[in-house]
Design a protein around this ligand. Sequence first.
Ligand code: NAD
Length: 325
Amino acid sequence: MSSSEKVLVTGAAGFIGSHITDSLLRLRYNVVGVDNLSAGRLENLSFAFRQRNFRFIKSDILVDRNWIPEAKGISSIFHFAANPEVRHSIMEPLSHYEQNLTATMKLLEFGRKNDVGLFVFASSSTVYGDPERIPTPENHPLKPISIYGATKASAELMCQTYARLYGIKCLILRYANIIGSRLRHGVIYDFLIKLMKNKKVLEILGDGTQKKSYLWVGDAVQASINLAKLALESAHNIFIYNIGNNDWTSVTDIAKVIIEVLGLKDVKLTFSPGTSDGRGWPGDVKLMLLDISKLKRDLNWEPSLSSLEAVRIAAKSIAEELKII
Ligand SMILES: NC(=O)c1ccc[n+]([C@@H]2O[C@H](COP(=O)([O-])OP(=O)(O)OC[C@H]3O[C@@H](n4cnc5c(N)ncnc54)[C@H](O)[C@@H]3O)[C@@H](O)[C@H]2O)c1
């Protein structure tokens, strides 16, 4: 992957996809961004729209074909379009299957037919389910407990099979919780919206002891793009990396940081466990900390912020975007 090459980013108007797009543009790649704007927002692309090396196509990769002519000649696909809502996946399994697995198949097929060199797939820590080992290494068995996690694990298998069968390189990025500006789903966004409506009470889904690892989006994007470069330079075809932080934090601690960021006092925390063992909802993984030693070793990489520092920065950015502070 050298600059001036043309690459495709799906989900380009979404949270991670837009940050990936900005970084690729700064590195002088020609970026074709595709998004159906179901969750993505054009304002996330305000930097991108000012660049001459950017082209955006509003398109649903599941049904539309208008992105295909624009994507001819690309060397890599960064596939970030998906429905990332674990909770929603429990209620709408078939829709998740289509959005997350069928859509990935369509892109893999495009890649196969158009000699694309590299397929980067945005996977998730949820593929491990409730892990037997924490921190969880990449060779841990995949036992998802949500439909979302199952669609990611299935898509991973498809990517790897395309790599073995057709030679398209496949880079699987198993993200922990990625957070930062432009994020519009997950626990931080949920708490900010609730506190915007009611400054006295904050309802926490689960018993608050859920502990997970959070990584600032700037760190995640830097690691992801450098892994893509590494994959292209390597003689191998399949690459799987955990991308996360060295530490983790509880949901109750996240709530306290967000209350502090908003400058609120005397907020009463209430807890609504979605399951008998205190998860937020069925399918919610209660404990997640990825083993990131492979990433650190191969890229000589370190996260620049801890989980709670990342929460603080993300909460501040999103609160400013929502004009709460
Ligand atoms: N944010 C995280 O913590 C996290 C963690 C693990 C994995 N991931 C994965 O990373 C990717 C990006 O997640 P995100 O947090 O930026 O979510 P997001 O919802 O902000 O971005 C996804 C984007 O894809 C678009 N999209 C969805 N279906 C589409 C379709 N059929 N055609 C075209 N566009 C479509 C949406 O409009 C949205 O802009 C997803 O694959 C997600 O599963 C995210």
